[in-house]
Write a protein of this length. Structure first.
Length: 132
């Protein structure tokens, strides 16, 4: 038997470790090769983490890069079943809030939020497959 994951095309690699305070507080610390989330909500995304930037028709601009990084890392924790699917609503809202902090117009941030709210669920489902 083999266990494998389908890989997406990643466009960006984090040059240095980044930390972001969230309201997502797991019952126990989560630590993976590239992502840590402690019980106080501190998210640490480690150097060399790869992500694909904004999804869909949204362009990768400076106003969405940081939020796409945080959002992708938290979605990955959900896909890998380290973080409950219940964290998705907070994760999607956090994307919107970071977009606003980084200067995105409210209307555009609301559209980004609406898109992930409607279409994001499939990207949080476990992605581990196996074959005989």
């Amino acid at each position: 038997m083999i266990r494998y994951k389908k890989r997406r095309h990643y466009k960006y690699t984090l040059h240095e470790t980044y930390q972001h305070r969230t309201d997502i507080r797991p019952s126990h610390p989560i630590s993976t090769r590239f992502i840590d989330l402690d019980t106080t909500g501190l998210l640490t995304i480690k150097k060399n983490y790869a992500w694909d930037g904004a999804s869909g028709p949204v362009l990768d601009t400076r106003k969405i890069m940081r939020s796409s990084l945080v959002h992708d890392a938290l979605y990955q924790l959900m896909r890998e079943q380290h973080l409950s699917q219940q964290a998705r609503a907070q994760t999607d809202w956090l994307l919107r809030e970071i977009c606003l902090e980084d200067g995105m117009m409210r209307f555009n941030a609301d559209l980004v939020y609406l898109a992930v709210d409607i279409f994001g669920a499939r990207n949080t489902k476990p992605d581990l497959h196996q074959a005989p």
